[in-house]
Design a protein around this ligand. Structure first.
Ligand SMILES: [Zn+2]
Length: 136
């Protein structure tokens, strides 16, 4: 039986069990079990990509959702109130983004940004609600 120096043995076994690939280029990585990149070039590429367009898009949408939530929170300090779409827009609310919808039995659809929700009413009016946040 072949013996390895301490440490190297673990690397050898992890290589046998799982084939790890570089997070940047996808090349199979040979080496330590916790190694994530082939080399520094791949590591740098990957880290630069965190500032790329697609990552920025995710961050921007997250920011829109957070802003939407904050606006609903500001407009609805009591947990249930009425406002207008004009007031929401004036504060910068973005109606395109929400975290989930809730359909009631009588056919109404509440739109939620996290625990804060709204229901469009007649004309410009909007009902604001808050629920106990439970992720499903
Ligand atoms: Zn690589």
């Amino acid at each position: 039986m072949q013996t390895f120096a301490s440490g190297y043995n673990i690397d050898y076994l992890s290589l046998m069990n799982t084939e790890k690939t570089c997070l940047d280029c996808g090349t199979v990585i040979h080496g330590r079990a916790d190694k994530k990149f082939c080399n520094d070039l791949c590591r740098n590429n990957y880290n630069n990509q965190l500032n790329s367009e697609s990552y920025n898009m995710v961050r921007n949408i997250n920011n829109i959702l957070k802003r939407n939530r904050r606006i609903l929170e500001e407009l609805n300090p009591t947990g249930k109130t009425k406002t207008t779409t004009a007031k929401m827009i004036a504060k910068g609310f973005n109606f395109k983004y929400l975290t989930n919808k809730y359909d009631t039995q009588n056919g109404k659809t509440y739109h939620f940004c996290y625990e804060y929700g709204y229901l469009p009413l007649e004309g410009d009016e909007v009902l604001l609600v808050k629920r106990e946040e439970k992720a499903e």
